[in-house]
Each structure stands twice: as C-alpha cells, then as structure tokens.
Design a protein around this ligand. Structure first.
Ligand SMILES: [Fe+2]
Ligand SMILES: [Fe+2]
Length: 353
C-alpha cells in the first residue's frame, strides 16, 4: 500500500488496533513511519481527531529479525507460595501457643531440686570447668535433682567478635567439643539459648545437641509448669535475661517480670553474670515468687575487668528446692540455695523424711 492508497479510516483503525503505536500501525499499513507521520499531519490539518500514542512498552513488539522463548519463573507459582505461607503460619502458631506455658510432668514423687547453672561459657579461659564437673556430677548423684541452663553455653564468637578467639586458648572446634561434653554430663530439665548461642542463627548447634539428649531447648526463654504426681503445680519462668535493670537492685529484671507480667513461682535469668535474689508475694494467688539471677561459671572475665564491673557473684549457680507437699501458698514451698552442695543436702534430708 502506498502512502496515498491508505485511507484515513484504515490509518485510524490501524492506530486504534496498535494502541497508537505509530511504528506498528505503519508496518501494518505498509507505510514508512515518516509517510504515516505526513498523513497524520494532513489528517489533523483536515480537522480529524487523530489519537496520540499510549505506548508503555509492556509488551515489546515481536520482530521478524529474532524471537526468544521467555524463561520459566525461578520461583514457585504464587498460589503454591501462599499455601506454603499458610502452612508455615499454622506451624508457627502451634509452636508459639504451646510455648506460652510448657508442661513438664514430674514422674518422681516428693520434693525435687533444680540446679540453675549460670552462663557456662565453657570454652572461656576464665571458666571454672572443675566446678562444672563437680556440679554436673552432683546432679547425677542426687535423687530428684535436675539441671537447668539459662544460656551462653559457649563464647561462640561470630562476625567481628570472631577475632576474640585469638584471646582464648580454645578453638571454635574445641569449644563445641567441650559444649557437647558439658551437655552430655547430666540430664537437663530445660536449656535456654543465650545471646552468645543465638549468634549461630537458625543453625544453633546446641539445639541439635539438646535434641540428641531429648532435652527441651528454647532460645531466649522458657516458661514451664512443673506438674507433680500429687497434682501440685510450680511454674518456672526462665529467660537468658529479663528486661529492665536498676543500679540499686540487681534483681530488678526478674522482679519486674513477676510484678508486671505472669505470676510464677520461680523467675530465673543469667546474662549479666551477677547473683541477685528478691522474694515477692502474689496477693491474688497467695504464692511466693522468687526472682533470681544466677552469675556465671566464667569466673574471671576480661570484659568485666575492662569495664570495671563490681564482683556481684555469690555463686556460679543457684539451687531451688521445691516441696510439692506444701500448700500452694506456703512461703517455704520453694527454697533457694547458692551453694549447690548445701541445697542438695537439704533436698536429700527433705526427701528422706
Ligand atoms: Fe548473655
Ligand atoms: Fe554470658
């Protein structure tokens, strides 16, 4: 078709068909683009309303010179992705709801003891590994005594802090060997991941070590309901750290959790490497609430020395003895000891009565 042979109607139809894209309209009309422009100018001069381009380059025109097959998407279809997200949320909800209060059924009758190990940092040169050996042996030797870990099992230096391996004589590989030795020395009622442990991210090796031992491992926190054979319940609210601090009261964090959060019998935290203890009563239930902070087996701490932290450690751990035979509001249902051997003696005496 020559420039003159294309009618005004044909030009208008071709422009409408190709969304105003002049190159495509010209190709259909077998006109040069310049020829089409001249015709459009003439049509406008004659008073015709010629549509402008709405070209948005969403679908580049196929050319005769080349073509390609679009690549398949590198992800699953959106419908499957949404289904996956729903399943993931369902699992997450089930886990989070079940974690709000984790029941642990105590099978052994009579009083029990919980030995709350302070931050172990087992690979640190300043860690009292002999005390760890003694205290884990005590757990194994004492009927009704269970071990609990509030986190920071190893130094686990990562990222920029990995340079700190230069300041200790254990390697990262040795650190995990010691951690495995430590965890396998006794049975843990629960283990919590501290900030040092969580630096491993979702691949935290402690999670797998604890799994092998069939122990409860939770990152950062665990709220547990100990259910005794006689029907008594004692709740333990353990966190690597309870938020809040006070220069006047080292037990401020767990006390705040007891006063402003859930009302449980035992609050225990580590992280700050200091011992602290305060006792409170819940006026509603009448229970006695023990707010405890355990220090650390990392007895000699370069960081604490550098920063000038005062020595606030009574013991690297604390032992709580629970007598489920007492009324739920009896003030002596839970007793706190700083020397685990003394606490174990009390537990043995209580169980022998
Ligand atoms: Fe910590
Ligand atoms: Fe720590």
């Amino acid at each position: 078709m020559t420039e003159k042979k294309a009618t005004d109607e044909q030009i208008m139809a071709a422009l409408a068909k190709h969304n105003g894209i002049r190159t495509m309209a010209a190709a259909e009309l077998k006109l040069s683009e310049r020829g089409l422009l001249r015709r459009l100018a003439a049509m406008r001069g004659a008073g015709l309303e010629v549509r402008g381009t709405t070209y948005q380059n969403r679908n580049p025109p196929p050319t005769a010179d080349f073509e390609f097959t679009p690549l398949p998407d590198d992800d699953i279809p959106i419908e499957q992705l949404i289904e996956q997200r729903k399943r993931k949320f369902t699992h997450k909800r089930e886990h989070e709801e079940a974690s709000k209060l984790i029941p642990i059924r105590i099978k052994i009758g009579g009083p029990i003891g919980l030995l709350h190990f302070g931050d172990p940092h087992v690979d640190d040169d300043g860690c009292d590994i002999e005390a760890i050996e003694r205290h884990t042996a005590l757990v194994n030797a004492t009927e009704g005594l269970f071990a609990c870990n509030v986190g920071d099992t190893t130094n686990n230096w990562t990222g920029r802090l990995a340079r700190l391996y230069a300041d200790q004589t254990t390697s990262a590989a040795q650190a995990w060997r010691i951690a495995e030795w430590f965890v396998n020395r006794c049975r843990w009622l629960y283990m919590i991941g501290g900030n040092h442990d969580l630096w491993s991210g979702s691949g935290d090796p402690l999670k797998w070590i604890a799994k092998q031992q069939n122990s409860l491992y939770k990152s950062s926190e665990a709220r547990i309901a100990l259910r005794f054979p006689n029907g008594a319940e004692v709740r333990v609210n353990a966190r690597h750290d309870h938020s809040g601090s006070s220069i006047w009261n080292p037990a401020h964090g767990p006390m705040k959790a007891a006063l402003m959060g859930t009302r449980d019998h035992i609050y225990v935290a580590g992280h700050k490497h200091e011992s602290a203890y305060s006792v409170l009563k819940d006026p509603i239930q009448g229970i006695t609430m023990h707010a405890i902070k355990v220090a650390s087996y990392k007895v000699y701490d370069r960081y604490a020395k550098e920063r000038g932290f005062r020595d606030n450690s009574l013991s690297p751990c604390a032992l709580t003895v629970i007598d489920p035979s007492l009324q739920h509001d009896h003030p002596d249902m839970v007793k706190v000891f700083w020397e685990p051997e003394v606490g174990a003696d009390y537990l043995r005496w209580l169980r022998s009565r």
